[in-house]
Ligand binder design. Structure first.
Ligand code: MN
Length: 372
């Protein structure tokens, strides 16, 4: 089996447990997000800014090899940016967009000063992770409670060397992504060239399915997982409909882990709304909504077979693969199998675009992946 090398538009780092304790004063550190695993090995409790909730830790069932043995393994080297490359080489993953793990929970912090301090602490640490290999594109954590704080950290992070800014799919405050209060943030992204990286499933505590409060009853586990899918689609729709890309045409958005076939679907629906409800549409846009989605927006998928025709049959060129390393939903331990299953019957140009090219367009500073 030839090795397929692929960039990943969706990976994660695991922060050291003492990150906040070493970087921040004790009274601030103890209000930052942390996970405490239960003795049962199944549940964990997440503590954030004086609130907490218990949840079942993510797990995956049903993926087995020919002998019926589970192919899901925990990635052993994720915590170490040097050893991590051993895993990546084994899996055939070249470069990665690397999101925070516990840092994702910062979207649930309610105190602006606390959030800004936490984001700075995470970023000061995460940039050293990025610097350990040119194959890492770590995302900066952005304090999104106050737009001016966010703009300030985007500029500071760009100065540190970050190329992508992690955003939760729903902002933690009152104003959603289509509101004018975010203008300073769009300006900062536009000015710095930072890629806006939405990771699905990052709704703040109050709005989240993560808290296990969204769906109960039969089918709940699947339904809650499905709910995490839609946030990226909504976030992108809000930016397009409110004219963000009219005013800032160079902003690039990546939606990670949410599949890709939704792109052409949402583009069609946005166009239909824009056309058929034209008399009510405010603001008017310079171009059709679909044009912004097809040009400014990128998406990563991991297992979805339907993601391939989103590019090859529906013409959305900004589709890229992602491993979700080292998370359990991801492809660790079976990445080559997944890549071959996905791409063996795809023409070479399209396959290279999805495994390497779309990623490289967003992050041209990253050295090119080896040929297959
Ligand atoms: Mn992910």
């Amino acid at each position: 089996m030839t090795k397929i090398w692929a960039n990943s538009g969706d990976s994660h780092l695991v922060e050291p447990e003492d990150l906040f304790d070493t970087a921040l004063p004790k009274d601030i550190a103890e209000r930052m997000p942390r996970s405490v695993k239960d003795d049962d090995g199944v549940h964990e409790t997440i503590y954030i800014d004086g609130e907490s909730f218990r949840r079942r830790m993510p797990s995956v069932t049903g993926l087995t090899d020919d002998e019926g043995k589970s192919v899901i393994e925990r990635a052993p080297n994720a915590n170490d940016p040097v050893k991590r490359l051993i895993d990546l080489d084994q899996e055939g993953i070249w470069a990665e967009v690397v999101y925070p793990s516990i840092g994702i929970w910062t979207a649930s912090i309610k105190t602006p000063e606390l959030l800004a301090a936490g984001a700075r602490a995470i970023n000061d640490w995460a940039i050293s992770y990025q610097e350990s290999s040119p194959r890492y594109v770590t995302t900066a954590t952005i304090p999104l409670l106050v737009a001016e704080d966010a703009a300030t950290e985007i500029r500071r992070a760009a100065g540190l060397g970050f190329k992508a800014a992690f955003f939760s799919v729903v902002p933690p405050g009152e104003d959603d992504w289509n509101f004018p209060s975010w203008e300073p943030v769009w300006e900062a992204l536009s000015e710095t060239g930072m890629v806006l990286a939405f990771h699905i499933g990052t709704e703040p505590f109050a709005a989240t399915s993560f808290a296990g409060r969204y769906m109960r009853g039969p089918g709940g586990a699947i339904l809650n997982y499905m709910e995490t899918t839609y946030g990226g689609q909504r976030a992108v729709s809000k930016m397009i409909a409110s004219g963000v890309f009219d005013r800032f045409p160079t902003i690039k958005v990546l939606v990670s882990e949410g599949g890709a076939t939704w792109g052409p679907f949402v583009a069609d629906r946005l166009d239909e709304a824009y056309r058929q409800h034209g008399s009510m549409v405010r603001p008017k846009l310079k171009r059709l909504p679909s044009e912004y989605l097809y040009e400014n927006v990128y998406a990563s998928f991991q297992h979805d077979k339907s993601a391939i025709p989103a590019m090859t049959a529906m013409g959305w060129k900004n589709v890229m693969w992602g491993s979700d390393y080292p998370h359990l939903e991801g492809t660790f331990g079976h990445s080559q199998q997944v890549l071959h299953d996905l791409f063996d019957n795809v023409d070479e140009v399209s396959a290279r675009r999805m495994t390497v090219g779309a990623f490289q367009e967003l992050f041209p500073h990253v050295p090119e992946a080896p040929a297959a």
